[in-house]
Design a protein around this ligand. Structure first.
Ligand code: NAD
Length: 256
């Protein structure tokens, strides 16, 4: 039986983040989550009444400071930080993309992880222990046609993960990234719709393409991701750091 851990999750009010919050809470861990979607935060707070759930945008330094300071005052430290908040960004050929849409996508996925990881690193270095799990994507390993901002941000997160593992390894802190493949749920429904519109293709074609590029011919579930993160947070993973772990049924190609 592992002692209860203090777990902070960004983008924790829906999708993968909420799945992680549920699974950690179910085994008796102490959970704090933030999310930019206030309605989703209130629903998560109702579902997980022992959690500290707050509305905060990971891009906003002041909002994040308020949230992170509150967690630090309540807990005094943190054991697991999941830098998970992300957005799919726009779909289209680069020559058709707006600069603002590029910037927004990079800001949520990459800048938000900076603010979260900077706080986690300071606390974990002082403790001499801790685990950071960054949510990248198979798009950050392979590239992703029509999604250059997203692939670039997720690729950047891999550089962040590798570097933080080097900076924090000597003091006993582990840093890993998970790379989900296509996850069943609302978000991929929205992504398929957006990519189909950008490419002028039927949605079913785009959906089939996500499966045909995967050796196991499958999408993954939120619980597949949560299983991996819970493993990383367990003593069985005590020597695993600096790893980029795809949970995707093995992507062979992201190209159409
Ligand atoms: P989701 O849209 O269901 O959940 C993302 C959550 O992040 C939402 O609750 C949203 O409100 C929140 N969020 C968005 N912008 C935010 C911001 N600026 N500040 C705080 N919170 C914000 O999507 P998901 O599938 O759960 O995605 C979670 C992570 O997994 C993301 O980083 C995403 O890029 C990554 N990912 C998802 C898939 C997939 O197929 N769903 C695949 C690969 C990687």
């Amino acid at each position: 039986m592992t002692a209860a851990q203090r777990v902070l999750i960004t983008g924790g009010a829906s999708g993968i983040g909420l799945g992680l919050a549920r699974r950690f809470a179910a085994r008796g861990d102490i959970v704090a989550l933030c999310d930019a979607d206030a309605a989703a935060v209130s629903a998560a707070a109702k579902e997980l009444p022992n959690s500290l759930a707050r509305t905060a945008d990971v891009r906003d330094e002041a909002q994040m400071a308020t949230f992170l300071d509150e967690v630090e005052s309540a807990w005094g430290g943190v054991d697991v930080v999941c830098a998970n908040a992300g957005t799919g960004g726009p779909a289209g050929l680069i020559e058709d993309l707006e600069y603002q849409a590029w910037q927004d996508c990079i800001a949520v996925n990459l800048h938000g992880a900076f603010l979260t990881c900077r706080w986690a690193a300071r606390l974990m270095r002082a403790q001499g222990s801790g685990l950071i799990v960054v949510t990248s994507s198979t798009s950050g390993q392979w590239g992703h046609p029509l999604r250059s901002p997203y692939a670039s941000a997720k690729w950047g997160l891999i550089g962040l993960t590798k570097t933080l593992a080097m900076e924090l390894g000597p003091v006993g802190v582990r840093v890993n990234a998970i790379c989900p493949g296509a996850v069943e749920g609302d978000r991929m429904d929205r992504v398929v719709e957006m990519e189909a519109a950008a490419a002028g293709r039927p949605e079913q074609d785009v959906r089939d393409q996500y499966v045909s590029g995967v050796s196991m011919r499958t999408w993954v579930t939120v619980d597949d991701l949560a299983d991996t993160v819970l493993f990383l947070a367990s003593p069985a993973a005590s020597k695993i750091s600096g790893q980029i772990i795809a949970v995707d049924g093995h992507t062979e190609t992201n190209a159409p």
